[in-house]
Each structure stands twice: as C-alpha cells, then as structure tokens.
Design a protein around this ligand. Structure first.
Ligand SMILES: Cc1cc2nc3c(=O)[nH]c(=O)nc-3n(C[C@H](O)[C@H](O)[C@H](O)COP(=O)(O)OP(=O)(O)OC[C@H]3O[C@@H](n4cnc5c(N)ncnc54)[C@H](O)[C@@H]3O)c2cc1C
Length: 596
C-alpha cells in the first residue's frame, strides 16, 4: 500500500540544525524567511502532497495518459489537482518576484519538491519542467521575451518543456537535425521531430512553451552549431491571450515502463515560429542553465520516491505477520510476529532510511549553496557556493537516483511476493524511479561530467569547496570520546577519496579512458563521503541535544542510530569503490568488441 507522510521533522532538522556552519554566511536577502515562516510553508506543502497528489498516484499509473485526435488527456483528477496547485501559488515558489514568483529560498523549494515527488512523481514533471524553462529564459532570453512569457510561466498558467532528444540523437546532441531558418522579422521557423518530450502535450494549461534545440542553416557541425529557441504551442496575441496554433503537433505518446501519468510525447515542429534564446550557436550554454536546475531536481525525484518506498515498506513490515523473532516472541497474542522483527528486514529498512536521511541532508547543504550563489554578499562565499554547486550537481543527480531506485527495489523485497503484485502499489515505485537514472543525462554521463569537467576545472578549485569543510570537521572532531569512531570512519573514506582523486588525475592525463573507467565508482565514493560528513555532523547535533536535555529525545536517538548504521553498514562501500578505481581500466577494456 502506498503510504506517505511528509518527513517534516527531518526536513526541519536538515534546514535549521545541521548546516548552520557551512561557511556561506548569513544570507541577509532571505532574512524575511524565518524558520517559523518556512516551517509553515512546508506544513502546507505536506498537506498538498498527502491530500491532493498522493491519492492520484496509483490511479494515474493505472489509467495513464491518452492521445486522442491530437490531444493528450492526463489521468482523472490531474486537471483539477493542477488547477489547485497553480492557484495555491505552488508553481511560483522559488521564482523571482519580478516575474510574479515568491522568491523563496531554494532550501525550502527543494524540500517541497521532495514531497511532491514522493506523493506523485508523474505530476511533479509538469510544474518542474516549467520551472527549469523559466530559469533558462531568465538567464538568456531578451527582455521582450521575458516580459511576454515569464509571468504566465511562473504563475503556471502556461507550462514549459525542454526539447533536445531526436530519434538518432540522445546523449550526443551534436547529431541533432531540427532546423531553424531566420525570418526577416528576427524570428525563426523551426522544422523537425523530437521524441521523448516530457509534458510535450497535455490538458493542464492553455499554452505550452517549448525550449527547442535546433541548428541554423549556417551552423558549424556538432554541438558548437546548436542554438536554443522558444517556440510556443499557440502564438500569444499582443494582449497576452492565446492566439493561433503554431505548427506544433504530437504524433504519439510513448508507452513506457513507469511514470505513466506524465505525457512523454513525440513532437513535430512544422515551420513553427520561434525566437532565439541566448546567442546564435551557443544553445548548449543556455540549455545547461535549465539542465543544471533540472539535474538537482531529478536527484530530488530519486529521494522523494525513495522516501515513499521506505514509508510504504515500514507500514507493511509492522503489519505482516510471518515467523517468530529469533530473540523471543514479540507478538504472543498473534499467530506470528510482524516481519519488522527480523534482522534481514531491518537491514532493508535501515538501508532505505539511511539513504533518505543522507540524501536529504545533502539536499539541504546544496540548496544552501544554491541560495548563497544568488544572495551571499561576500564574493568569496559566493564563489565557494558556485564551486560547490558545480561539483555536487552531477553527484546529487546520480547518487540520489541510484539510491532512490535501490530503495524502491528494497521496498518490493520487504513486501515479498505481494510487492511484485500490482495491488500493493510498491512495484510502481520501481518503475517510476527507474527513469530518473536515465533522463537529464544518464548517470554514466553525470559521472563523466564530474571526473572529466568538474575535477580539473580551475586546477581543482571546485573540489576544494568540498574537501575543506570535510577535513576541517575531521580534524576538529576525531578525538571526541563518544563519536570519534564515526569520525575515524569518515577520515578513512575521505582518505580513499583523496587518493582516488590523485590517481584519476595522474592516470587520466596519460589516458582519458582511465578517468572515464573510474568515473561511476568515483561519483559513488564522493557521494558516500558527503553522506558520511552529513551523518557525522548530524550525530554531533543529536548528541548535544540529548546531553542538553530535550523533549524530542526519540527523534535525536533515532538520528544517532541511523548514523551508526550508516557508518557500520553503508560507508564500508567506499573501500570497494576505491579498490575498483585503483584497478584501472585494463579488465574493463580487455575484450575486443567482437568478443562480446
Ligand atoms: C520518460 C522519458 C522522458 C524524457 N524526457 C525528455 C525531455 O523532456 N526532453 C528531452 O529532450 N529528452 C527527454 N528524454 C530523453 C532522455 O534525456 C534520453 O533518453 C537520455 O538523455 C539518453 O539518451 P538516449 O536514450 O538516446 O541514450 P543514448 O545516448 O543512446 O545512450 C545509451 C547508453 O550509452 C551510454 N553512452 C552514450 N554516450 C556515451 C559516452 N559518450 N560515454 C559513455 N557512455 C555513453 C549512455 O550512458 C547510455 O547508457 C526522456 C526520456 C524518457 C525515457
């Protein structure tokens, strides 16, 4: 059974108690968003997630989207839920007030995203892509385009898409063929076919604004010849109302493994009018603004589904009676004990719990940096925040989505055969979580981004934004009488990360395939160290709360227990990743392609 209650206490912990010393300073511009105010917003968001979106999750999966006469219908209830979501101002949370947004801190926005994704990840894509689109327009479009499109997109009246993929061109965008021909009035006419476009067509908004990558006639070959265009489904009239259709049609919706209530469309552009966003042939720069926003959000999707899977598994493990506890009967009045008594079931539940709490703590840290890169007044702090966001974006995307999928899989295992049967609802989490490892750049491509671009950038400067706080924390705390052992574990994993970084830099210089062969293991290793740092800090906060006396002792004791589990049972994976990295590319690349 799909159950979900927003983990508000843990969200407040990571937002208000965990990262107060992160070195990004007090962000005066956000001072009006006091903890009382942001907590109240999170509580309201929880109601929307639990009461409006969660009830539509299972039905949306069963019913899916339907294409009829060129029109896509979202599942029953989605239209009403979207209208409620839009009218409640939820589309505009983190957007700039200049365009009608509420300018909320990213830290609060990301927690809200987690709740929405946990309740209904298919639904999350409709407002989510619009938000990504507005960031690209804000960052790169002309003032005229901003004035014309941003207010309606920020409010959620119009939605957005990102149109990159074509049938022959996925990861390698340099291959794309969609053409954009300049017109005398400064606009362009776009012609081409895109596939796999999320929210490409639907019945939730009166207009859809496509951000389309295309190639001008004089464009150089490859990625250096790609430009970005804004192409509305309906051309807006001067008064802002919706005008004539603009030659954008949907030829099919994809039949896919999960995410059934999100319309994934094949779109045709037929002499569709569009306007350039950013400079000619610099479309990737503009698109990366959108993709970086989306990559962190897709990571949070993984976390959201992982949390929902965890809670659904806990619910079942307390209810399902099978076998007796090895340490003595726990449910003498019943025919058997609930399966939560069994160590192997605990292993699965604690693993999911640790993944979720670890990822949530990293989310709050990265979101603080997202806020600081916009609002920090000290230029050094701003630079550090930018470096940290650049470094962590591929880690958040790849780590969280891998772990979210693993959690969904573990939830099915906790349910046993019942998990494999559709009625339980948990197999949906596996299907829904799977795509997040693929889209917005596959996790393999995230790892290459980390190792190939982020590590060497500015002579390793991005990495310093991470290494510095971790090593400072280790030095300050490894002698602690109670928690020093945890810090020692972190120190060992951190040492493995430092050694791996040097190995990759040295081998990669000689042979880029060596760096590429290490990339996925290195991304996991960095993610594990980041989680370890957050858990160690969390343990200190919890310990100090317990020592000082608190009426929330249960919460802090549970935090300490989860941290201990992480150090005992999950962080040792860092050694395996280190050994894999050290082994180099030889065995991976030994066979000729013909031998497979
Ligand atoms: C449900 C869904 C929704 C989507 N939504 C959108 C959307 O809204 N907009 C949009 O534009 N696209 C969207 N996509 C497309 C998605 O982003 C692509 O599927 C993804 O980027 C991978 O491209 P591909 O499928 O062509 O795989 P390929 O690029 O063919 O990759 C296949 C495999 O090869 C690996 N690989 C490829 N090149 C390299 C390399 N150089 N080095 C190492 N490994 C490599 C990949 O990691 C992958 O494992 C969506 C896809 C799905 C399924």
């Amino acid at each position: 059974m799909q159950v979900y209650e927003a983990p508000l206490r843990d969200m407040k912990f990571v937002l208000h108690e965990l990262h107060n010393d992160d070195g990004f300073g007090n962000l005066e511009a956000l001072a009006e968003f006091t903890p009382d105010l942001t907590d109240a917003i999170l509580e309201e968001a929880a109601k929307v997630a639990q009461e409006v979106l969660l009830p539509l999750n299972r039905g949306g999966d069963v019913e899916g989207c339907i294409l009829e006469n060129g029109v896509v219908r979202t599942p029953t209830g989605f239209k009403e839920a979207y209208a409620m979501f839009r009218d409640g101002g939820w589309c505009a949370l983190a957007s700039d007030p200049q365009w009608g947004g509420q300018g909320l801190p990213e830290s609060v926005n990301k927690m809200t995203e987690e709740m929405i994704c946990a309740a209904n990840v298919s639904f999350s894509l409709y407002p989510g892509l619009t938000h990504g689109g507005t960031t690209a327009i804000e960052g790169h479009a002309s003032d005229e385009l901003k004035q014309r499109f941003l207010p309606k997109m920020v409010s959620g009246e119009w939605s957005g898409t990102m149109c990159l993929t074509e049938s022959h061109c996925g990861t390698d965008l340099g291959l794309l063929r969609t053409r954009a021909v300049p017109q005398d009035d400064g606009s362009y006419k776009l012609t081409g076919a895109k596939i796999f476009i999320s929210a490409g067509e639907h019945d939730l908004t009166e207009n859809i604004i496509h951000l389309v990558l295309a190639r001008m006639p004089d464009a150089p070959a490859g990625v250096k010849g790609i430009s970005l265009f804004l192409v509305p489904k309906y051309l807006p009239k001067d008064d802002g109302s919706v005008g004539p259709a603009n030659g954008v049609s949907v030829s099919a919706i994809e039949h896919k493994m999960g995410l059934k209530a999100s319309a994934t469309c094949q779109l045709n552009f037929d002499d569709s009018v569009g306007w350039l966003v950013g400079k000619p042939h610099k479309g990737m720069e503009a698109m990366f603004t959108m993709m970086n926003t989306e990559r962190v959000s897709v990571g949070v999707q993984g976390l959201g589904v992982g949390e929902a899977a965890y809670q659904s598994a806990v619910y079942y493990a307390k209810d399902r009676l099978q076998g007796r506890s090895l340490s003595g009967v726990k449910n003498p009045g019943g025919p058997a004990d609930p399966i939560i008594v069994h160590p192997d079931v605990r292993r699965m539940l604690m693993t999911m719990r640790a993944y979720n709490e670890g990822c949530r703590a990293i989310t709050a840290w990265v979101s603080r940096a997202l806020d600081a890169e916009k609002h920090a007044t000290d230029p050094e702090a701003r630079q550090r925040a930018e470096d940290f966001v650049a470094l962590m974006t591929p880690v958040v995307k790849a780590l969280f989505t891998d772990l979210g999928f693993e959690s969904a899989n573990l939830a099915v295992q906790v349910y046993g055969g019942h998990g494999y049967i559709a009625e339980s609802g948990v197999e949906q989490y596996v299907r829904d979580a799977r795509i997040a490892m693929i889209y917005e750049g596959t996790n393999g491509i995230q790892a290459l981004d980390l190792v190939g671009r982020k590590l060497p950038a500015h002579m390793g400067r991005y990495l310093r934004s991470f290494f510095h706080p971790v090593s400072t924390f280790i030095e300050a705390n490894k002698a602690d009488a109670d928690l020093g052992k945890m810090v020692e574990g972190l120190e060992k994993a951190f040492g493995a990360l430092q050694l791996s970084t040097a190995t990759i830099a040295e081998r990669g210089m000689r042979d880029p395939e060596e760096a590429a062969a290490a990339a996925t293991d290195y991304t996991r290793l960095l993610g594990l160290v980041a989680m370890g740092y957050c858990f160690a800090k969390a343990a200190f906060v919890a310990q100090s709360a317990l020592k000082g006396g608190t009426d929330e002792a249960d919460f802090y004791k549970a935090k300490l227990a989860t941290a201990r589990f992480f150090f005992d049972r999950i962080l040792p994976q860092a050694t395996a990743a280190f050994l894999a990295i050290k082994s180099g590319k030889a065995s991976m690349m030994a066979l000729e392609a013909a031998a497979f």
